[in-house]
Ligand binder design. Structure first.
Ligand code: OSB
Ligand code: MG
Length: 386
């Protein structure tokens, strides 16, 4: 059974259930196939029990609907108007019951994931058991990779690659788009030699007419090419996989357990990027991890430039053996002027991050930072959700 069954514990009623949008300025702009970002709005869910135990979850949708249909704004509204009210109406507030209570919601995976995550960290705190232990993870530390945005010049990218390899990172992921692909990949491969794991992520920026450019990447020994084609082009990815030897990895296209099943059935991907928030939460993530492990599919945890709150549950999830490849999980401190957790984690010289063993989120949330960065906030009336 991949998903834990929950025995009964004392779960006092909630005092507070709220959803917040925080604005976190980035230290440097992040450039991808869908534009430039210089600050990160993200959505947080905060629950507090009458016992004083708190839970935090994050729904790291983007500002715009260019990655997936959900945005920060739609995620905030879905949580306020549907996901949190449905969750609070669940008869038992354990994470699996919360997941079930939100089942009527179609899509809106970031909203559902944020609410579920808040109840996972709440449950973890109440049980005095780390999230890693609740997920059944065996690993004490997880290997990490870095996702490098599209840069001003190839030299700039090479400098970033050198820095990350020096820091011990286990994998380099390069964002690509038509016009920023073969030349940069060749330069990086020449620089690193054959032993470094390199992947590329196109964020759906190629059309089927541009497949020749993707065939040209086969000679560089990439571990995978992530989401080359459209977010809903499963069949087209299967066609492309027949033409290239590099394994296709899907990101945007996989938003549920059934999506992963379908993609594997069609041979539309041979590598899976699992972002818990993109698939609707931890329960579904545990099921997908189990499926990939059974099928021997390389699996890794992607990042969404989350704050330390979202990174925390991702990190705990990566302690499962099913995660075979390094995670996109560089410390949020390197992304943001101020993260909302402090202290956060570090990447050790061997390119791994230690998984927290303490109950709850595993990291201290700085409430004054959350307050000063909050741009939108709504409390859901707990009393009206019996
Ligand atoms: O496609 O993996 C992606 C960030 C935002 C949206 C989509 C993606 C990303 C990243 C960031 O690649 C990786 C990270 O969080 O470190
Ligand atoms: Mg991606």
């Amino acid at each position: 059974m991949p998903v834990p069954a929950f025995v009964d514990i004392e779960r006092p009623p909630l005092h507070l259930a709220e959803v917040l949008v925080v604005r976190l300025p980035l230290l440097a702009p992040f450039v991808t196939g869908f534009g430039v970002t210089d600050s990160r709005h993200t959505v947080l869910v905060h629950v507090v029990g009458a016992d004083g135990v708190e839970g935090w979850g994050e729904g790291p949708a983007l500002d715009h609907p260019y990655y997936l249909p959900e945005t920060v704004g739609s995620t905030f509204l879905c949580i306020r108007d549907f996901a949190l009210p449905l969750a609070l109406r669940a008869t038992v507030h354990d994470p699996v019951s919360i997941h079930e209570a939100m089942r009527p919601i179609r899509g809106n995976t970031f909203a559902r994931a944020a609410v579920e995550a808040a109840f996972w960290s709440l449950e973890s705190g109440r049980r005095g058991l780390s999230m890693r232990a609740m997920f059944g993870g065996g690993r004490a530390a997880v290997p990490v990779g870095e996702s490098l945005g599209i840069a001003e010049s190839i030299d700039h990218t090479l400098a970033e690659v050198a820095q990350r390899l020096d820091d011990g990172y286990r994998r380099i992921k390069l964002k690509i788009e038509p016009g920023w692909d073969v030349d940069v990949v060749r330069a990086v491969r020449t620089f690193t030699g054959d032993d470094v794991m390199i992947t590329v992520d196109a964020n759906a920026s190629y059309t089927t007419d541009q497949a020749d450019q993707l065939v040209a990447l086969d000679e560089f020994g990439l571990a995978c090419i992530e989401q080359p084609l459209g977010w809903d082009q499963l069949t087209e990815h299967a066609e492309l996989q027949k033409r290239i030897t590099t394994p296709i990895c899907l990101d945007e296209s996989l938003r549920s357990l059934d999506d992963v099943r379908r993609a594997l059935y069609l041979d539309a991907c041979r590598n899976v990027n699992l972002k818990p928030a993109r698939v609707g939460g931890i329960v579904t993530s545990l099921e997908i991890a189990d499926l990939c492990e059974q099928r021997g599919i390389p699996l890794w945890c992607g990042g969404m430039m989350e704050s330390g709150i979202g990174r925390a549950s991702n990190l705990a999830l990566c302690s499962l053996d099913a995660f075979t490849d390094p995670a996109d999980m560089s410390p949020a401190r390197l992304l943001f002027e101020d993260d909302v957790v402090d202290p956060t984690y570090d990447v050790e010289p061997d390119g791994t991050i230690a998984v927290p063993t303490s109950p709850g989120l595993g990291f201290e949330v700085c409430m004054d930072r959350v307050e000063s960065r909050t741009v939108q906030r709504a409390a859901v009336d707990v009393a009206s959700c019996p």
